[in-house]
Design a protein around this ligand. Structure first.
Ligand code: DX5
Ligand code: ZN
Length: 216
């Protein structure tokens, strides 16, 4: 099954609760919450208070993407805010395994992301401990960018490695996904698809979601 996780970065922040309900009614199973600290990425978004406010108005799965340095400092805050899945960046910390253990210690799903320049091999030593791998298909920091085609090969490599080792793992792609390119990502092995602009900026989010899933 393909899961769609619309990124709220492309939503209208003045009515975030309604925006989340809108995409949930349109068929989204997750909501993707992009947390940026202005250090790991050159942009700042929002933190735990926004997420815990949203938690009060929806039961959708919170797919929290931390683009922050030393994520271990804040994992508990995001768990308390209502995260169901926490993704941190391989490039953002000294000891990724310890971050995975910390996330799992709270009973939350652990996911690790790699930036476009990080090779898929970085994930392999840790993959058996992960619930999900997020392959960035753009440079993290901003919504509305164009997908970097070479990143899809990394999805294929990671899916192949997981299959070869009998590991069931979710692979999420994030950045520049549209109904035109989602098919490539899905056939490479991605099963969780982030889409910000393509869903929130659409006149018809339900159609956008079904077009992303049911690619030609
Ligand atoms: C980029 C974020 C993405 C982004 C996706 O740093 O991690 O989640 O908001 O937005 P679109 O789909 O518009 O590229
Ligand atoms: Zn993201």
């Amino acid at each position: 099954m393909i899961i769609i996780s619309p990124s709220v970065l492309a939503a209208d922040f003045s009515k975030l609760g309604d925006e989340v309900k809108k995409v949930q009614n349109a068929g989204a199973q997750y909501i993707h919450l992009d947390v940026m600290d202005g250090v790991f990425v050159p942009n700042i978004s929002f933190g735990p208070p926004v997420i815990s406010s949203l938690r009060k108005v929806t039961d959708i799965i919170f797919d929290v993407h931390l683009m922050i340095i030393e994520p271990e400092r804040y994992i508990k805050d995001y768990v308390d805010a209502g995260a169901d899945i926490i993704t941190f960046h391989y490039e953002s910390c000294k000891d990724p395994e310890a971050v995975i253990d910390l996330i799992r210690s709270y009973g939350v799903k652990a996911s690790m992301s790699i930036k476009p320049a990080t090779p898929p091999e970085a994930v392999y030593p840790l993959i058996s401990k992960l619930d999900m791998v997020l392959v960035m298909t753009v440079e993290p920091g901003f919504g509305g960018q164009k997908l970097i085609p070479e990143t899809i090969d990394k999805v294929r490599s990671i899916r192949r490695y997981a299959d070869k080792n009998g590991l069931q793992i979710d692979i999420e792609v994030d950045g520049g996904i549209t109904p035109e390119n989602s098919g490539n990502a899905i056939s490479a092995g991605a099963n969780v698809i982030v889409a910000g602009s393509a869903v929130f900026r659409s006149e018809n989010p339900a159609k956008a979601i079904s077009d992303i899933i049911n690619t030609k």
